[in-house]
Write a new protein. Structure first.
Lengths: 388, 291
């Protein structure tokens, strides 16, 4: 198994080749640029024969690295952020376009075919911030969903289905809001419920049409909400599942289940239709910063502030791997899940000897304890009864 | 005693007496044996060395559960890096809202320990995040908040500025300097700092926190030492003055205070995501330590 993890402290990313052993065969660090230029978003893009690592850094740089060539730098582009305080909240590749989104609502759209050229073709677009989550529709090209702090969930259309990446970049982008969420009813005390969308995920993709979508959102206030756009603008399910902010959401192979993690140590599997807890993925000591699910291999990979990458089996929930990376982790990505046979580090002989020693020690200890009582027993039988 | 076994002496007091006598005998035997061994070893010191080398008792520390983060190299930068570039610490000290006498007394003690420290009385209307913001505007590097509950100090929060992290420790066994027998009077020299046993990656972070609270260059003429000794995740705070009496002997005078801290929580930023939090089930395995 090979996992890529971007590290905060050193501002690079690490390639861990591992498995079945408690610690990986090797961890290699690449492209360190320090805490100030730490990686906020990292993805791996398969480009015909090449695999390209794309990173969005805190200083606004978007770097392209060649995975097959020792992560050598291919190119850099820098105008994805509005100002110093701004940060990247999304980075994805869709239909030959690389799109980055910043918290304050700046979109940078890059033509993927030009990343090897001297000047990269790109264009900017702005939507109303602040944004905490921005995702593309997995099937309908040009449709996106986003939301953030006091910015209720919206579905927008940025491009026409048929448009090519060249057309998109050269022409002016026209956004059209197709759906806008409406806040839930006031609470018991008739106070307005605050909005802060932290994660969005499209569900039941087979039922989607050009004007009907189903999706889930998570909020900073611990709620999970389910929307069906044919059932009005309010969510059809609104449930508080946690006292803590939910920060990450990931889909699983089962459409009815999702994985969420909060700002403490909980990572858990939830039922998407009812919003109830099914199971927890235990082990994390610090908040999880990124969830990555591999549906084919049924794996969940988490990386967080405790400096460990953890690999879970989604169904059985057992920890398959726990790798100490040495730096806070912001993003994780599974490169491949092939198992690597690693020699048993401890000799069987040594183990046997250790077990024998332990047994002997235990026997000795038990004898010591019993001795006092045996002696007492003897004394008691010896002592004469007083004559009356 | 096994439940099926018959008790031969039925009078409990007599039975206890018998048991005490047996114990006494065993103790006496042990003492004579030790005395004899000591005599023998005094004549032949090699024997003692040999015995000490072979007979190593098991301790909780030696049985410590393997932790892969021990002894790893410190990697990259963290939020304390700016201090290590040479910026002098400037500390703001305050208490919880509505604090009582104990908190102010402890604040007095801390004012003596940390150089360049300002105390501000806590106002109800400002949260810790607000205060951190005001401190940032005024160039403070650290914010310390004392927590008092039921008339005793029970916790302390350290917030490293400008961007965290935040640490919360519980405090126990607080003994002010005055109650320590033979205590000395502290001077305002910048103390030397001794950090013991901060070995894991989390421990390193804690070590760097305490380092960043004291100015880089200690004033050696003051001969003051602050010790933070970590043992089984308890951090013991002690302060001494030393003197070199001759080439072999060193004299120590305790200045006080003494207190014990235990790490409860580390948060990223100013009280944001949890980096590490103590849970009660962490205490289940007595051989697992986190610092």
């Amino acid at each position: 198994m090979r996992i890529l993890a971007s590290t905060d402290d050193s501002g690079g990313f690490k390639d861990t080749s591992s498995q079945t052993a408690p610690q990986p065969k090797e961890i290699k660090q690449f492209n360190e640029q320090g805490l100030k230029n730490r990686i906020q978003k990292l993805i791996v893009h398969n480009r015909s024969t090449k695999k390209i690592v794309i990173t969005a850094r805190a200083n606004g740089d978007i770097n392209f690295y060649d995975l097959n060539n020792e992560y050598g730098l291919i190119n850099t582009i820098n105008n994805g952020l509005k100002d110093i305080k701004d940060q990247y909240i999304a980075l994805f590749v869709i239909n030959g376009l690389i799109i980055s989104v910043s918290q304050q609502g700046k979109l940078l759209i890059i033509d993927e075919s030009t990343i090897f050229d001297k000047s990269i073709n790109s264009t900017n677009f702005e939507i109303k911030g602040p944004i905490s989550s921005f995702i593309p529709h997995p099937k309908h090209f040009g449709i996106f969903a986003y939301g953030g702090d006091e910015n209720d969930v919206k579905i927008i259309k940025l491009f026409e289905k048929s448009s090519t990446s060249k057309e998109i970049i050269s022409n002016k982008i026209d956004s059209k809001i197709l759906f806008q969420g409406k806040n839930v009813k006031n609470d018991k005390l008739d106070l307005r419920v605050k909005i802060w969308i932290t994660g969005i995920i499209f569900i039941n993709l087979d039922n989607h049409t050009d004007s009907k979508w189903e999706f889930l959102t998570t909020t900073k206030y611990g709620q999970i909400r389910r929307y069906n756009t044919s059932h009005g603008r309010k969510p059809i399910l609104d449930k508080k599942i946690s006292e803590n902010p939910i920060l990450n959401i990931a889909s699983t192979s089962n459409e009815g289940e999702i994985i969420c993690s909060d700002n403490k140590t909980t990572t858990a599997l939830f039922n998407a239709s009812k919003g109830n807890l099914i199971a927890k993925y235990k082990g994390a000591v610090g908040a999880v910063q990124d969830l990555y699910t591999d549906i084919g291999a049924n794996l969940l990979i988490t990386g967080g502030l405790d400096r460990y990458v953890r690999v879970f089996n989604i169904e059985t929930r057992e920890t398959i791997g726990k790798i100490f990376v040495g730096s806070k982790i912001s993003q994780v990505w599974l490169l491949d899940d092939e198992k690597v046979e690693i020699e048993q580090p401890i000799d069987e002989k040594e183990q046997k000897i250790a077990a024998k020693k332990k047994k002997l020690r235990e026997i000795e200890e038990n004898e010591d304890e019993d001795e006092v009582w045996n002696q007492l027993d003897q004394l008691e039988t010896k002592s004469k009864k007083r004559k009356i | 005693m096994a439940p099926g076994e018959k008790i031969k002496i039925k009078n409990k007091m007599r039975r206890q007496k018998l048991f005490a006598a047996l114990k006494h005998e065993r103790n006496k035997a042990r003492h004579t044996e030790r005395a004899a061994r000591a005599k023998e070893e005094k004549l032949n010191p090699e024997l003692k060395q040999e015995r000490l080398a072979t007979n190593i008792p098991d301790t909780i520390e030696s049985k410590r559960v393997f932790d892969e983060t021990i002894g790893t190299e410190f990697e990259g930068e963290d939020d304390f890096s700016s201090y290590f570039d040479g910026r002098a610490p400037k500390i703001l000290l305050t208490t919880n809202a509505n604090a009582r006498k104990a908190a102010y007394e402890f604040a007095d003690i801390l004012m003596e320990i940390f150089p360049n420290c300002t105390f501000v009385k806590r106002k109800r209307e400002y949260s810790m995040k607000d205060i951190a913001g005001y401190c940032n505007n005024r160039g403070f590097t650290d914010l310390i908040v004392i927590n008092e509950d039921k008339k005793s100090v029970n916790g302390i929060t350290f917030i490293h500025l400008p961007e965290g992290p935040t640490f919360y420790f519980s405090i126990t066994s607080l003994v002010p300097g005055k109650s320590i027998k033979g205590h000395g009077k502290a001077t305002d020299h910048i103390p030397e700092l001794i950090l013991n046993n901060f070995s894991t990656r989390l421990g390193q972070t804690i070590g760097r926190l305490f380092q960043s609270l004291f100015p880089h260059k200690p004033e050696f003429e003051g001969r003051n030492v602050v010790t933070l000794h970590n043992q089984r995740d308890f951090i013991f705070f002690r302060r001494h003055r030393y003197i070199f009496r001759n080439e072999e002997k060193v004299g120590l005078q305790e200045l006080g205070p003494q207190f014990t801290m235990k790490l409860r929580r580390v948060q990223k930023g100013i009280k944001e995501e949890v980096e590490w939090e103590h849970r009660s089930d962490m205490d289940r395995d007595k051989r697992k330590f986190y610092l």
